[in-house]
Design a protein around this ligand. Structure first.
Ligand SMILES: *[C@@H]1O[C@H](CO)[C@@H](O)[C@H](O)[C@H]1NC(C)=O
Length: 451
């Protein structure tokens, strides 16, 4: 293991409480480049604004009623800038140079209007190139327990399975990743510095996206439209922009050390479910009877008198459709669905990793569970970046793994709490000890001392 990985892994396993990092003042940068505006003049009235007064959108009735899944909105004053749990510049630099992280560096040469992409990990000298740039890292909550805590606390009313990983971008003045469109609901949370977001107010169809893709760049960027209505807003720390799926948007840092955290919400489409199911069916080819059924002529005599060898008969067409639908119906839907929506979309190696002997007490699943539940000492955390969910039919799903026959009250405690202590199980007797030990030994839960 490369030595620079160690601090990250330790952080992951030990769940150290966060340190208070003050907001960094924007530092002057010698290479600021003027922005080029490539969009029609903004019309400020076409985007609603809600002042959250230091609450979060999931507890705002007007946001949920008028905007969630429906229309873009600027949400002002979501968190207090002194919350201190969000990612810091030092966190981003540490992750960007880590072999395990999913990092991209996007630079923008404004003179050629060209975006270029470099894949991480970055060397320390690559962290601040002279051109306006943006360091983009996915899965940050997986690596930064304090960020996982923060996202969890603040998005707590949204179902676990809907929330994707956190993506952070740290940009120099003028940096950004160009106009693009996402297939999910997203909150773009301004953490540090300021950023101008230009959005088109109408969703973009797949066809329009295809014709507007600008293939001169390394990244998937749309040409600006001269006909769409756009609006530009400046976000300060604590502000966030909510966008439903397929609203084109372009963020440009208007200060150095401009940090934005994007939290996306997955919304599976029929085509995504269909292709995931095809994969699932493919894996069951060796075992499943329904997926192995095959077409054969129900009336072979037909061949003796066949009037037209080119004809696709209704009989054959219907028979093929029937075996397909039978195979789909043969899928245990609840199990497929639960596994599918709790599986991470990120590419991950060795995650989660069970704690090892070097973690002492916490490295042994049996003694970890005994410490928390027999001795009331320490706590168990959900491993960062995993999705925990359950259903009313006693199925528990964690990161794509299915645990059958778990009574819902037990799953509920495990899935609804990022951190478990003895008191969470007070009303549940007997303690599901074997399950908890199993979850710790798989690395889905990990134990640590109190905060
Ligand atoms: C940022 O957006 C504001 C409108 O909110 C605009 O007045 C300002 O000129 C923009 N700044 C840059 C650098 O584009």
């Amino acid at each position: 293991m490369p030595p620079k990985l160690l601090p990250i892994l330790l952080l992951l396993i030990l769940h150290t409480p966060s340190h208070p990092f003050p907001l960094l003042p924007p530092t002057p940068h010698p290479h600021n480049t003027l922005l080029h505006a490539h969009h029609p003049p903004p019309s400020p009235s076409i985007l609603d604004t809600i002042d959250l007064k230091h609450s979060w959108p999931s507890s705002s009735p007007s946001f949920i009623a008028n905007h969630w899944n429906k229309s873009p909105v600027l949400l002002k004053n979501s968190f207090r800038p002194d919350d201190e749990l969000y990612p810091t510049v030092a966190d981003v630099h540490a992750l960007a140079t880590d072999d395990d992280s999913e990092t991209r560096l996007i630079t923008h040469d404004a003179s050629k209007d060209l975006y270029s992409l470099e894949l991480g990990p970055l060397s320390p000298s690559e962290l601040s190139p002279p051109l306006p740039h943006s360091i983009v890292i996915n899965d940050v909550d997986r690596f930064l327990p304090h960020v996982a805590d923060w996202m969890d606390a603040n998005f707590d009313r949204f179902p676990n399975w809907r929330r994707d990983d956190g993506q952070v971008s740290l940009a120099s003045k003028g940096g950004g990743i160009g106009f693009h469109v996402d297939n999910y609901d997203v909150f773009l949370i301004q953490i540090l510095g300021t950023r101008n977001w230009t959005i088109e107010v109408e969703p973009l169809s797949e066809d329009e996206e295809f014709t507007r893709l600008d293939d001169k760049h390394d990244v998937r960027i749309l040409k600006a439209s001269s006909t769409k209505r756009t609006v530009t807003k400046t976000l300060k720390p604590g502000d966030m922009l909510y966008l439903p799926p397929r609203i084109p948007h372009c963020g440009t840092a208007t200060s150095d050390d401009c940090m934005t955290l994007s939290v996306g919400f997955r919304s599976p489409s029929a085509s995504e479910l269909l292709s995931a199911m095809a994969e699932d069916v493919g894996e069951r080819v060796r075992s499943g009877a329904s997926v192995n059924s095959r077409y054969s002529e129900s009336n072979p005599d037909y061949i003796l008198n066949n009037p037209s060898r080119g004809l696709l008969t209704t009989e054959a067409s219907d028979a093929c459709k029937k075996i397909l639908l039978e195979a789909i119906n043969g899928v245990e839907w609840d199990h497929f669905y639960g596994k599918h929506v709790t599986t991470s979309k990120r590419f991950r190696l060795n995650h989660p990793q069970p704690a090892g002997p070097e973690q002492g007490l916490w490295g042994d699943p049996q003694s970890a569970v005994s410490s928390v539940f027999d001795n009331n000492n320490g706590m168990l955390f959900q491993a960062e970046g995993l999705t925990f969910a359950y259903n009313a039919n006693s199925d528990l799903f964690i990161d794509g793994t299915h645990f059958p026959d778990i009574p819902p009250p037990i799953s509920r405690v495990i899935c609804d709490n990022r951190c478990l202590t003895k008191s969470h199980f007070d009303s549940i007797l007997p303690l599901p000890r074997a399950l908890l030990i199993d979850l710790v030994s798989r690395g889905f839960l990990y134990g640590c001392d109190g905060l």
